[in-house]
Design a protein around this ligand. Structure first.
Ligand code: SAM
Length: 248
């Protein structure tokens, strides 16, 4: 079966194509480049790709009224997270300070800044390529309320400032919970905690980690909601926990 995704004017496929399949995609999509997506690796989420048609890998993708400039050979884009990007767009409000600890190219920060208009979003990103596109996307979308920060969020020189924290990272998210609680305002706030969990631990493991870390930093978990984002592997889900915590 021929499956493909279009990001801006670039098409991504997951396997090699026959000449016929390539012509079908070119006719149907009018794309400038076709790349074979071979996976994402490392903490910086660098994609591994092979160009199978054309040459340019930079594009501008339009989604939900936002523009995302990116180079598919340098930074990731997850089609499976589209509903979560839309949900994040409307979850904040103009009085809030938000920290997006894993901002990438602005996957969540851009729609949130545009539609919820929080006072400020600090978008922290360690990968210089993703940071470059985060800055580009702030400009493209004419946003004044996103402050991009290049660096490791664990050494971020900010404390007790956030009403809301986005932890859009998987596999190792729990190791960043300490920093999330250091960033949170003393009275508390909301953490959007992403993780990849096996089916049987879906409703226990992530919540337990949040609850324990909250206690260690003098907060209590007062409400949570768990949503499935997409299947990550057989029996494993990418989930997001919305956790409301209050200072004790
Ligand atoms: N949430 C996004 C989506 O919807 O597709 C995906 C974001 S991507 C998985 C996570 C980003 O976090 C990557 O761009 C990576 O470079 C960045 N990152 C990883 N470790 C980091 C750290 N310690 N500090 C700041 N950014 C980090």
């Amino acid at each position: 079966m021929l499956r493909y995704q279009k990001i801006g004017d670039i098409v991504l496929v997951k396997r090699d194509l026959s000449q016929e399949e390539m012509e079908y995609i070119l006719n149907k999509t009018r794309c400038k480049t076709i790349v074979k997506y071979e996976g994402i690796s490392g903490d910086l989420r660098k994609p591994k790709i092979k160009i199978i048609y054309g040459s340019e890998t930079e594009t501008i993708h339009k989604e939900y009224g936002c523009l995302f400039k990116l180079d598919v050979s340098k930074v990731m884009w997850s089609m499976g997270n589209i509903e979560e990007r839309k949900r994040m767009a409307h979850i904040s409000h103009p009085r809030e300070i938000v920290v997006d600890m894993f901002a990438g190219i602005g996957y969540f920060s851009i729609p949130m800044a545009k539609y919820s208009k929080p006072k400020k979003i600090y978008g922290v990103e360690i990968n210089p390529d993703a940071y470059y596109y985060l800055r580009e996307n702030i400009k493209l979308n004419k946003l004044k309320n996103v402050e991009p920060i290049l660096g490791d969020n664990r050494v971020l020189n900010l404390e007790n400032i956030a009403d809301r924290i986005i932890m859009g990272y998987i596999l190792k998210t729990r190791f960043f919970l300490d920093k999330a609680f250091q960033l949170l305002k003393e009275e508390g706030g909301v953490i959007h905690y992403h993780d990849t969990l096996p089916e049987k631990a879906l409703y226990s493991e992530g919540v337990y980690n949040i609850m324990k870390t909250a206690e260690a930093y003098g907060y209590k978990l007062t409400y949570y909601d768990i949503r499935k984002i997409k299947k990550y592997a057989p029996g494993v889900w990418h989930i997001v926990i919305d956790a409301k915590v209050e200072g004790c």
